[in-house]
Design a protein around this ligand. Structure first.
Ligand code: URA
Length: 184
């Protein structure tokens, strides 16, 4: 059976879709393999493509602050994306690209087996709950395929609009008690 390091190596060398032709680096994800919390964004941007690490640009800096605000560091959680390579000009990933990439995410989720999956933004939410709008789902719990999903706004949205920032911060504050209640 493949472990998380094997999966990362497969992702780094993946040529399953056309995003492999334009990427600098694939971005498998990083963090604590036994974490109770997995955070899943949409796709790498330019900073992530350059470094091979998830959420290291402006959104990533906000994400790190939000984690710190609830006593967590990036090393306490596992951070990844639905799609592991940057779509050119940050366009939305196509349904085919998502389909080609999703077996990697499924395997990462299966191996980490998190107590809570936090989806960051509407694209990540729609992977798990395609018909649920983020305007309704953010800050609620969705149970799906044996996993507990906690959708939030994307940090990039929070950087653009103060009301999303406030909501995102409040919803992060609820994570420790959610984890406690789920561990009971
Ligand atoms: N936005 C995302 O959705 N993922 C990243 O890794 C960076 C920015």
């Amino acid at each position: 059976m493949k472990n998380l390091t094997d999966i990362s190596e497969l992702i780094k060398n993946c040529t399953n879709c056309e995003l492999s032709l334009t990427r600098t680096n694939a971005v498998p994800g990083e963090g604590f393999f036994q974490s109770k919390i997995m955070l899943i964004g949409e796709a790498p941007g330019s900073f992530e493509d350059n470094s091979g690490k998830p959420f290291v640009g402006a959104s990533g800096k906000l994400l790190t602050k939000l984690l710190n605000s609830i006593g967590l560091s990036r090393d306490d959680v596992f951070i990844t994306n639905i799609v592991k390579c940057r779509p050119p000009n940050n366009r939305d990933p196509s349904p085919n690209e998502i389909n080609q990439c999703s077996p990697y995410l499924s395997k990462q989720i299966e191996l980490i087996n998190p107590t809570l999956i936090i989806t960051l933004g509407r694209h990540s939410l729609s992977y798990f709950a395609p018909k649920t709008p983020i305007s309704k789902a953010h800050g609620t719990i969705i149970n799906q395929s044996g996993y507990t999903i906690y959708p939030t706004y994307h940090p990039a949205a929070a950087l653009r609009q103060i009301r999303f920032h406030e909501t995102l911060s409040e919803e992060f504050q609820r994570i420790p008690s959610l984890i406690k209640s789920l561990n009971k």
